[in-house]
Structure formats: structure tokens, C-alpha cells
Design a protein around this ligand. Structure first.
Ligand code: NI
Length: 128
């Protein structure tokens, strides 16, 4: 058990849309990811999904009963996507995020559009 530098963790990989698990809290993962371009529309039926923007700027498009809207999260912002809400994260610039969600949560959700080649469908990778 040692402290983990998020800067070091983020410097240890280059793959985008491919979250790394930095630590766990009870039955939750703390994951970090580098993202640029579009993720895909997906939904987590049984869990909320917490985002913290560490660098850059993250956009999260949401499909809600009232229609579609996009959240813009500058560096330092947090946002929780409610369970059951279709969402699609994207970023115009290279962006670093921290995600907090139950261990085993699939990055592309329980229902999703076709997974593009640049997106890793994963429950998170260990740091190496
Ligand atoms: Ni999600």
C-alpha cells in the first residue's frame, strides 16, 4: 500500500478510451483515462457514473426525457451521469478524466451502439 500519483499513473499509458484502475474503495473502482474524439452512446442500467476532469475539457451528451443536451465539464469539474441515462462522452482536445463506478462496470455500458475501433470495451485495466 503506497500513495499513487495520478500524474505518474497517467504517464504510464497512452491508449485512449482505455481506463486504468488506480485504486478501489469498497466495491468501487477509481479509474483514470485519456480521451479525445468520441466515445459512443451507451447506458449503465444499474449504476450512476461519476466523472472528474483532471485536464482538458470533457463533453457528455445526454439523452433525457426532455431531449438531448450536452454537459460541458472544464478541468476541475465533476458530474454524475444518473443510472439508466444514455450518454456519450467526447472531447475536442486530449483530456484526462477520473471515473468512479462499481468494480466490474463495463466502459461501454449494458446497452450500446457499435463499439468503434478506437474505443476499448473494458471493465478497466490494472496499472502496470
Ligand atoms: Ni458510461
Amino acid at each position: 500500500m503506497e500513495p499513487i500519483s495520478l500524474q505518474t499513473a497517467l504517464a504510464s499509458f497512452t491508449e485512449q478510451w482505455s481506463p486504468r484502475i488506480v485504486t478501489t474503495v469498497n466495491d468501487y473502482d477509481v479509474r483514470v483515462a485519456k480521451v479525445e474524439g468520441e466515445h459512443l452512446w451507451h447506458v449503465h442500467e444499474d449504476t450512476d457514473e461519476f466523472f472528474l476532469v483532471l485536464a482538458g475539457e470533457l463533453h457528455i451528451a445526454l439523452r433525457e426525457a426532455a431531449g438531448e443536451r450536452t454537459m460541458v465539464l472544464p478541468k476541475g469539474s465533476v458530474f454524475t451521469v444518473p443510472r439508466g441515462t444514455e450518454h456519450k462522452p467526447y472531447a475536442h482536445v486530449l483530456t484526462e478524466i477520473l471515473v468512479f463506478e462499481p468494480t466490474g462496470t463495463l466502459s461501454v455500458g449494458d446497452r450500446h451502439d457499435e463499439v468503434p475501433d478506437h474505443v476499448d470495451a473494458t471493465t478497466g485495466h490494472a496499472l502496470t
